[in-house]
Design a protein around this ligand. Structure first.
Ligand SMILES: [Zn+2]
Length: 119
């Protein structure tokens, strides 16, 4: 697919940080008791972030920055730059969508706008 390395690395780093935060929540709720940690996971207890850092990680996990006309989220750097690798890829796929069918391109733009607008 040719996704930019920076966006792929950002995805994996944010996933790692989220997982670490999630397991930290479980460990704290279980007071380091392994059997209680297993029970929390097994029973799917709903845990909430407690510190500002955890709340920020939780919020950022669901932040969408889709690269237009692709299926990946841009890293912050690509999102903030007008000529990033992700945006260069979006231009290529946008041109392809328009060449195939202009209505298809409009539908993709509409769909991606719905994804980022929230409930
Ligand atoms: Zn990037």
């Amino acid at each position: 697919m040719g996704y930019p390395d920076c966006c792929v690395a950002d995805y994996h780093e944010s996933q790692r940080a989220f997982d670490e935060m999630f397991f930290g929540l479980i460990k704290r709720a279980a007071k380091d008791d392994i059997e209680e940690m297993k029970r929390i996971v097994r029973d799917d207890d709903q845990l909430s972030p407690e510190t500002p850092e955890e709340e920020e990680l939780f919020r950022s996990k669901f932040e969408m920055r889709p690269a237009p006309f692709t299926s990946f989220n841009m890293c912050t750097s690509c999102s903030n730059s007008p000529d990033s690798p992700a945006k260069a890829l979006s231009i290529i796929y946008g041109a392809l969508a328009n060449k195939v069918d202009a209505e298809l391109a409009d539908e993709i733009v509409y769909y991606q706008a719905q994804m980022t607008s929230g409930p």
